[in-house]
Design a protein around this ligand. Structure first.
Ligand code: SF4
Length: 364
């Protein structure tokens, strides 16, 4: 958790740009290898038809957009897509499903099978499936999931201008459930939705106050899509993206800051400043769920020009953390297994899970 106040974060955000980038670059070099960028691939495993009303999202059923909807993809298709992504240099795969929340049943079982299959590919695995409960987080971790993504999107104050079908506290509750499931947290937001600078800073404040801070923070620039309420928003200047990344880097020094949606509107030079300011991950492929993204060839060329290399695979230290997480999950499993278990057994398991979670926290 950081001790920065909103005023202090605002001051950082508003520094002269070159000074801000320089300060962020110093922090970045202290905690990260500046020559390495993690290449991630986002696979939309279930597209469109979502009952939520996120104003930026073409997948909401209530907006008339021309996305191609699909039900949950077959297991084999997802494995094939992930293998292809790995061969193209991705070391991380994130599966996204347009759901309000995860419902128990065949679809969730199928997702668990996918997570299990992907985790055997020596890649980092992340999911974004909407709201989840603590026991679902435990089951995902048990299947081999490393991260769960659930964005705060914007500040608490501005949230209701963007989404009305759920509240900020619902988001925070899911993040808490993710933590209780001993999963790593991936949570960030979107700029360019008509919010003020104070709202951007408010979002960074909320993220930096999480304890522990999220291991991963994606910073997205809105890609306005026809048919959504935000279709007419203007394209975010690259300078704003650079400021957001630099400020995130300073207030959350150990976090992986991900330069996410909106890269098609950015020059190589602007993206270079983002990497300098602390971004250490991008998403590959010509689509990010449903919106455009630079193709792999363009990124390969950019990496070559900038002298950057993709991170290869899950780091050894992450494997150790994963082992501890596995043990935590085992303990959680007993805690959650109600019928046929003596209550003492559940209490014992809960204590064990708590102890292991603390160990995991220290490792982080
Ligand atoms: S962002 Fe997610 S929850 Fe919101 S409408 Fe789109 S798919 Fe649904």
């Amino acid at each position: 958790m950081s001790n920065y106040t909103k005023e202090e974060i605002l001051e950082i955000y508003n520094k002269p740009l070159m000074e801000l980038v320089f300060e962020a670059a110093k922090v970045h070099r202290e905690y990260h290898d500046p020559s390495k960028i993690q290449v991630s691939t986002l696979i939309s495993i279930k597209t469109g038809g979502c009952p939520e009303d996120c104003g930026y999202c073409p997948q909401a059923a209530r907006y008339h957009t021309n996305i191609e909807k699909n039900d949950l993809l077959p297991y084999e298709t997802v494995m094939h897509m992930a293998k292809k992504a790995k061969n193209n240099g991705s070391s991380r795969v994130c599966m996204g499903a347009a759901w309000r929340n995860v419902k128990e049943g065949d679809d969730f079982e199928q997702v668990l099978k996918m997570v299990s299959g992907l985790s055997k590919m020596d890649m980092e695995v992340c999911c974004t499936l909407g709201m989840i409960t603590e026991s679902q987080a435990v089951r995902l971790a048990e299947a081999g999931l490393h991260y769960y993504n659930h964005n705060l999107d914007t500040s608490e104050e501005y949230y209701k201008e963007v989404i009305s079908t759920r509240g900020y506290n619902d988001r925070l509750q899911t993040l808490e459930n993710v933590r209780k499931g001993a999963l790593k947290v991936c949570s960030g937001g979107i700029i360019g939705m008509g919010e003020s600078v104070e709202d951007r800073v408010g979002m960074l404040l909320s993220l930096s106050k999480l304890n522990p801070q999220p291991e991963s923070v994606p910073i997205n620039a809105l890609v306005p899509v026809e048919g959504t309420p935000m279709a007419e928003e203007r394209i975010v200047p690259s300078w704003d993206v650079i400021r957001m990344i630099a400020t995130a880097r300073i207030v959350m020094p150990k976090t992986t800051v991900r330069l996410s949606a909106g890269r098609t509107e950015m020059s190589t030079e602007a993206q270079a400043l983002c990497f300098m300011a602390g971004a250490s991950s991008i998403f590959a492929g010509d689509k990010l769920l449903t919106t455009p993204n630079p193709g792999e060839d363009k990124d390969t060329e950019m990496f070559s020009i900038l002298g950057l290399t993709p991170t290869e695979k899950v780091k050894e230290e992450d494997c150790n953390k994963f082992k501890i997480r596995k043990s935590t999950v085992e303990a959680e499993k007993v805690k959650w297994s109600r019928p046929g278990h003596k209550i003492e057994k559940n209490i014992e398991a809960a204590a064990k899970a708590k102890e292991l979670r603390q160990k995991l926290k220290q490792e982080q």
